[in-house]
Design a protein around this ligand. Structure first.
Ligand SMILES: [Zn+2]
Length: 67
């Protein structure tokens, strides 16, 4: 986790730490096109980007970063 934070831009890393401080769940895995945290379905264009590791997106439902 520390390693991942080091790779992220500062603003995202800061946001991530804030989320973790609140509920310990700043990141959710992508599961069948949906957020692994709240299971809200994400647009196909977004999940494709995530699967290619080209972007980090925030879930509109719970605010977690979906990776
Ligand atoms: Zn979510």
């Amino acid at each position: 986790m520390i390693r991942l934070l080091a790779l992220l831009p500062d603003d995202i890393a800061r946001h991530l730490r804030r989320l973790q401080g609140r509920d310990g769940q700043g990141v959710a895995a992508l599961q069948n096109g949906a957020c692994g945290g709240c299971f809200e379905h994400l647009p196909a264009a977004v999940t494709a980007e995530v699967e290619r590791r080209r972007t980090v997106v925030r879930c509109g439902g719970c605010g977690r970063f979906v990776i």
